[in-house]
Design a binder for this molecule. Sequence first.
Ligand code: DQA
Length: 146
Amino acid sequence: MTDQLVLLLSGPNLNLLGDREPDVYGSATLDDHVAVARETAQAHGLTVEHVQSNHEGELIDAIHGARANAAAIVINPGAFTHSSWAIHDALAAFDGPIVELHLSNPDGREAWRRTSVVAPVATGSISGFGGDGYRLALDAVAALLA
Ligand code: DQA
């Protein structure tokens, strides 16, 4: 049997991880986090496809693509978390489990970060555990798909 596919989506500015506000987001790069996600997925018999984009439409296109070939989505939407009803609607059209993932804990930060328009269409959210969130998210997906 072929491994089930998990789409891992990274939103705007996450390509700068390692360099961007390391006091908030840590010193690991996005590639480091994706490697952890892939290793965790592999241990569960899952495969990760990763897409990072700074453009809302590209993230939406990737979510649409997942409707045909992915069993689950893990998404760190970056700042689109707090504003993108278009990403909300795209995720609402996806049938499988969706894990919202954040390195930081947006609820403990500025007031504008305390609203997530993605949370209402996510199965659950993992926030505030830094890079360990990538392992936790893939463990959660595996449990949801089991
Ligand atoms: C983030 C939190 C968001 O508020 C922020 O805009 C990001 C990163 C996180 O992973 O902690 O870009 O999603």
